[in-house]
Design a protein around this ligand. Sequence first.
Ligand SMILES: Cc1cc2nc3c(=O)[nH]c(=O)nc-3n(C[C@H](O)[C@H](O)[C@H](O)COP(=O)(O)O)c2cc1C
Length: 740
Amino acid sequence: MATEKSPNLVVFYGSQTGNAEWIAKNIHEEAIKRGFSSECYVLNEHDKTDLSKQKVLIFVTSSTGDGDPPDNSTKFFRYMRKIKSKTFLSHAKFTILGLGDTNYSNFNNTAKRLEKRLLEFGSSPFYEKGMADDAVGLELVVDSWIANLWDPLANVCVQKQNGENGKCEKGEENGKSEIKENGKIEIKESGKGEGEGNGKSVGEESGKGEGEGDGKSKSKEIEENKNPEDVISTVKNLSIKELEKHSSESGISGNKIILDLSELANSTQLTALPRVPIEHCKIIKSNKEKKRSFLPSFIITPNPIINAKLNAVRCLTRFDSVKKTLHLELDIKDHSEEIQFFPGDAFGIIAPNDNLLVHNILTALGINENDANQEISVEHIEKENELSTHLKNAKSTSIFELFQYGVDLTSSPRKALLRMMAEYTSNDQEKKTLLFLCSKQGVKQFNCLREQIPTLLDLLVTFPSCKPPVERLLDVLPAHQSRYYSIVNSPLVNREELHFAFNIIDYYTPIPYEVHKFGVCTPWLNKLSGNITEVNIRTIITPPIIDIPIFMKPNSSGFKIPSDLSKSLIMIGPGTGVAPFVGFLQHREKQIENQILESKKQLLLGEMWLFYGCREKEKDFLYRQELEGFLQRGILKELLVTFSRTPDIITSDKPTSDNGLTKSKYVQNLMRIRGNEIFELLNQKEAMIFVCGDAKGMAKDVNDALTDILVEHGKMQRSDALNLLVKWMGEKRYLRDLWA
Ligand SMILES: Cc1cc2nc3c(=O)[nH]c(=O)nc-3n(C[C@H](O)[C@H](O)[C@H](O)COP(=O)(O)O)c2cc1C
């Protein structure tokens, strides 16, 4: 029988942006409430427990990049690779909840890989794996997967409360809310702060196991508005015009969220409400004013933070281009001894949330400037609990800093946030709407809400009577993320600078919402570099010096230019995906020069082919001068460019008029046209394939094109072609560097 010291269940998570972490922690907390003895660890800290002894393992992991494990689990996967024993986990039962997105070509690849490894180690599943899809809403799978987990879990675990499997003695089921005939809403929920816990399970089904509650649940009655239709009309009738009234020019003043609440009027019952999130954080105030610092000390990065100086900027697109792309040059002279980089590597930028957005959120929460700038520390309430928020090291900081650098204010809200907000909403209609959005009945409207990608400010504007304390927001908001960019330049040309390119994220949400949205980092960089618009004019930034906090992120997937000059490379990088290839070309040119100087012998050189695509030749052909220069100097053997908005295709040896292939507007089509030569390069020169850019559509289309080429020109079976590409990926001959 399991003792308090040896958990009968361990929950592991691998998470890039916090979803899997959040869900895993909820499962862990819910398990404890249900009487299981549980521990919870991030995968990279798997050595905090002894895997060879644990009998029940639950894994929650997302996929990132190109079906890769999240950063906080790569060490675990490396560790698993080293283990050769086929019985390493034969004593253990497992289950996996994968988080992915079907827009990516390798849907839930990490969860699938993990499952394969666990089976190879002799472990067997105790409960069917769940594969959640962010494209349609994680909740669709996550909610029911968690709801159905407990019975199979009870069958493999011994619960510590009563030793009786499958029974939950403590912690009654989740809140169940009923709209009664008399127009009152009754919300039954587990007693918050009354000792029996209030786990923040994500979408945990309520109403299951009825009668198991121990009577501690407290009933709350909320006086309903006399006319229930009011609820519907106040929100439903919001029009785009009204929305515009709420949005300022910068879009930072908050937009009301459009919701159709007719289903709320028809619902007599709200079920599957998540529990009120557990309280994790406590803010300790000091009476001092916060001293100014360059960055808050709570920011944790995988490599040391460097203050890079913004040196120069160039706009790569014309003023009338659909997207604006900037090229920035950062001076890292003072750190060039300690920093090593190669084309293909990336670096992270720590950008703050927009100042005005933070300011407006604080105003909406009723926090004045003095309080926002007072020195505070964040403490973790549950000392004995292994769990911690990412802000547990937030010492000598301020509320303003926490909102600037600590939490994500702009990505789509989770149900846990809405559930928590409902607790602090005084207006009954607003509270009811928030609960509806968290409920099973409100799934459609919850998805509508997510499509509008509301910021925290938008939520506070839509539900103005909601005034949650800062601590509770810290409990549920995801961590603020660094943004990563590929390095454009080769260190052989200039090792004292880092060059990079990016599109400024600025777009409208789909019809009918059409709300203006902004990225966090790219608009900030655009502003810092003077909002320039003149195309291809390099502007040197004059004092005052602008410091940009960065840290290096060396490439770990092998996406690097080979040092062997005889290697032929097929590079595919539409849009800003071309960035690392500019570095590849600079690098090879310099390597060739150096080799010639050294050996003075004829070199055996591989061919470099680049497939590039953009919208219009005159507007957004990024790095055109550089690329054409490489072609003229013979570094590039072929430069193949396609424009999605114009019929022309530039190929370096075939005139546009010859090919007449006006439908070939994307790189994958261009690849098919040159399929025979690509096949020759692959077959006879053993060329390497590098793909960089959008993970959603392009990577899959390019993979399909490569498959077609192998089938058509290599006379292969489709399945053999697919297997060959997978083999090349394994051998690091076919490499991809993809982003969302
Ligand atoms: C840059 C990026 C790359 C991604 N790559 C994949 C992928 O290759 N396969 C997949 O199924 N999902 C992919 N996703 C989707 C995430 O796995 C999904 O959104 C998940 O909910 C994230 O969970 P997390 O916050 O725990 O990391 C990607 C998401 C991003 C932002």
